[in-house]
Design a binder for this molecule. Structure first.
Ligand code: CP3
Length: 319
């Protein structure tokens, strides 16, 4: 969860030279940022340095990362006609991502797997419709409630694009993929089941067989069974649920990822260790727990606190 990012001085130094999108589009630099985080933190897996919104640029959305404001979509979708105007995603448009994958794979030791990723259809649609970030997703949900036909057409297109995009990352060397449905927790379960689940299910079923899929969302305490039904080998949860209770609801025949509150990393190391131990206690040594944060590392996080967390998890979970 943002293991490479602004909390690292090395990352900030690279960002002085390159804009965020430019960094994503420069395989040498993106690979360096990915690999540097693994070396600095001692984590067990690398996550590709890229962004979930990259896939929207070749679809004609007009993507920009404005300094301080986060992502901006210059041509937000507000009608069925806007959905029809979206361009069909061509995987070759994101060749720079696959080149980053190849470079990271070549630089990492073989025992460190590389996780590729993409945004899930709902979360991508929320940026396309809102035009940027949102606190209530009222424009997004308004679109769904007003025109469910156009909504389903949009999510079907996004699902198709993301399947092709993830398979291209896998072909380049990604050994697992994570699907980020960061904002899906704003939906009622019935709306998820009717207007999101079928698209996510089709997307996940289209991923190359044998490659583990991590299906992650935040604020999903009301949706856990729905996420499980949509698919994934691992369900990622945030800190708003107890890991043991979430896992019991999901069923122990699926793996679970999580779920330390990233804000805990701002606290003292002794407290970080205590909280990590509490999560590991809830996992109770069962196979299939992937320790992770429940969401992204905040820019104000001290690097040595992240390192201390990784060390604590390794120490406490050693057999
Ligand atoms: O180490 C990693 O986790 C890999 C890289 C990664 C980034 N974004 C880099 C990034 C990953 C996996 C993402 C996913 C992503 N991007 C998500 C899903 C995960 C989540 O956080 O919920 C979302 C919603 C986005 C969209 C996005 N990208 C936003 C909202 C922002 C602005 C955030 C902010 O705090 O300013 C970004 C920019 C972004 N993506 C940064 C990084 C390191 C910061 C950009 C910078 O250097 O200025």
């Amino acid at each position: 969860m943002r293991q490479a990012g602004r909390y690292q001085p090395e990352y900030r130094a690279i960002r002085k030279r390159l804009g965020f999108l430019e960094l994503c589009k420069t395989p040498d630099a993106a690979a360096e940022v990915t690999v540097n985080a693994v070396r600095q933190l001692g984590v067990d897996a690398a996550i590709l340095f890229a962004d979930i919104l990259l896939v929207l640029e070749p679809m004609g959305a007009g993507l920009e990362f404005a300094a301080g404001d986060g992502p901006v979509i210059h041509h937000p979708l507000r009608s069925a006609a806007d959905v029809d105007r979206l361009l069909e995603f061509e995987p070759a448009a994101l060749e720079f991502v696959y080149e980053t994958v190849r470079r990271v794979r070549a630089a990492l030791p073989p025992e460190v797997p590389l996780i590729g990723f993409a945004g899930a259809p709902f979360t991508l649609a929320s940026y396309l419709i809102e035009g940027g970030r949102s606190d209530d997703w009222a424009t997004t949900k308004g679109f769904l409630f007003r025109d469910p036909g156009a909504w389903d057409a949009l999510l079907a297109r996004l699902a198709r694009a993301v399947t092709a995009y993830l398979n291209a990352q896998i072909d380049a060397g990604a050994q697992a993929v994570q699907l980020f449905d960061s904002w899906v927790g704003c939906l009622a379960p019935a709306d998820y089941r009717a207007h999101v689940l079928p698209h996510v299910r089709a997307l996940i079923r289209g991923i190359r067989p044998g490659v583990p899929v991590i299906h992650f969302g935040t604020g999903t305490a009301g949706l856990l069974e729905c996420l499980r039904a949509a698919g994934g080998d691992v369900i990622g949860v945030d800190w708003r649920v107890d890991l043991d209770a979430a896992w019991a609801r999901l069923g122990h025949d699926v793996a679970v990822q999580g779920n330390l509150d990233p804000v805990a990393l701002l606290g003292p190391i002794a407290e970080i260790r205590r909280r990590a131990a509490a999560i590991l206690d809830q996992a109770a040594g069962r196979p299939g727990h992937v320790f992770n944060l429940g969401h992204g590392v905040l820019p104000s996080t001290p690097v040595d606190h992240v390192r201390a967390l990784v060390d604590a998890v390794h120490e406490l979970s050693a057999r």
